[in-house]
Design a binder for this molecule. Sequence first.
Ligand code: ADP
Ligand code: ADP
Lengths: 247, 247
Amino acid sequence: AHGGPVQKKPLKGVRHILAVASGKGGVGKSTVSTNLAVGLARLGFKVGLMDADIYGPSLPTMMKVKGKPFANDDRRIIPLESYQVKCMSIGFLVEDDQPIIWRGPMVMGVVRQFLQDVAWDPLDVLIIDLPPGTGDAQLTMIQAVDLSGSVVVTTPQDVAVLDAVRGMEMFKSLNVPVIGVVENMSYLTLPDGQQIHPFGQGGGQATAERYAVPLLAKLPLDSAIREGGDQGRPVVLDHGESADALM
Amino acid sequence: AHGGPVQKKPLKGVRHILAVASGKGGVGKSTVSTNLAVGLARLGFKVGLMDADIYGPSLPTMMKVKGKPFANDDRRIIPLESYQVKCMSIGFLVEDDQPIIWRGPMVMGVVRQFLQDVAWDPLDVLIIDLPPGTGDAQLTMIQAVDLSGSVVVTTPQDVAVLDAVRGMEMFKSLNVPVIGVVENMSYLTLPDGQQIHPFGQGGGQATAERYAVPLLAKLPLDSAIREGGDQGRPVVLDHGESADALM
Ligand SMILES: Nc1ncnc2c1ncn2[C@@H]1O[C@H](COP(=O)(O)OP(=O)(O)O)[C@@H](O)[C@H]1O
Ligand SMILES: Nc1ncnc2c1ncn2[C@@H]1O[C@H](COP(=O)(O)OP(=O)(O)O)[C@@H](O)[C@H]1O
């Protein structure tokens, strides 16, 4: 009834496929995905960004891009472009305020389309912003693609480690290399320069050490990052340093 | 193949059923659910708390409760008790670090069991901590229960309103009354007493106004709240005020 597992097809003309995942929502996974994509594009790479969060697409807002995609002569869907990144999101196809009442097979149908029917190539890297969490949908999506690697985004608190570990276990069980862990909202710098830790400390490090992968970055809680997301202008365009830390 | 939609059965001996939802993860929905449950129990009500987040159960950590539930003589599952709240979570049945690789029909089977086969009664209120988001799973769960009302948890930023609206639309389309909106992480009080807004302002108010429901509370970003969650001792037990705001 589900249309069966999706075949792992390599994507023609796409050199690397990188999944960005989180064990739970709200850790800044989409923020990291969009800034990573735009940062790499600024460095000259050909980048694609696929918003695979079918239920809560954030790409249209965060990349300030909207519109109905058209098909090209080969009947493949042309991704919409923003900040030199080729983008695809279910948000381009549905109204913002309607919950997307998808049943399982329809969800996988859409993901399959995003992978196989979109004219992505040529790309150096396609970044897949997975839905938050480690459930059925995430599993099926990962199994549908030949992933070169993955990044797990987490926050510093102890309880976040449990969720991040679920993300790491998910990739491990599917034989996908984890490039590293990104700890977001690590600290907040007060006006007087003092650093405080509203979300605790150490979660990213603990997760990275447990799986012997690098802690790629500790990103601060910074209203510039949030405003970048709200305004649809990823902060890496104006504040390159934290992205370079990620590269 | 899914076992069909679940029949909306009233739960015998349970007076009110309240769903706590969010348009996206990480807004503090489970924090609000656990503190609401414990706060109401402290006021003398008979309270149940069902962790319906099958993929990322947080109840065992936040309520410091774990163990294999037993069946009673009527072959109904006895909820585990914590802080005078009857609790049920998939976390009692699986190992913490394994991603739960459920396929759709299994998920709904578990939810059905949690509703119909658990010895909840007698209860004044059963609080259902829904999975974050507004997808297929949430829809099916809401349709399975005769909900008295719901609460939508959000954060202050503009982009959060879009997600919160999806939550509101979901309840509206299913004819479930929304009791109100809770805005979490509204402000951070610095050591010198100054209030700052790391997550922006106004999202909760905007959502509440748009649907003409009350903004029930604006909860601060407070490490005591996070530590309460991490330690499994909901903050309302030691700092009753913010919960009273919710009641
Ligand atoms: N480092 C940060 N500082 C401030 N706000 C942040 C930061 N990272 C993310 N945010 C904000 O937190 C919210 C959740 O981030 P998002 O990327 O949507 O999380 P996820 O994809 O994990 O659900 C967004 O409003 C975003 O702008
Ligand atoms: N008001 C708050 N102040 C500080 N930390 C908070 C607050 N509300 C939630 N948290 C923390 O934020 C994280 C996410 O909260 P959680 O309740 O799990 O969100 P959700 O259920 O929406 O995914 C947890 O670590 C929690 O302790």
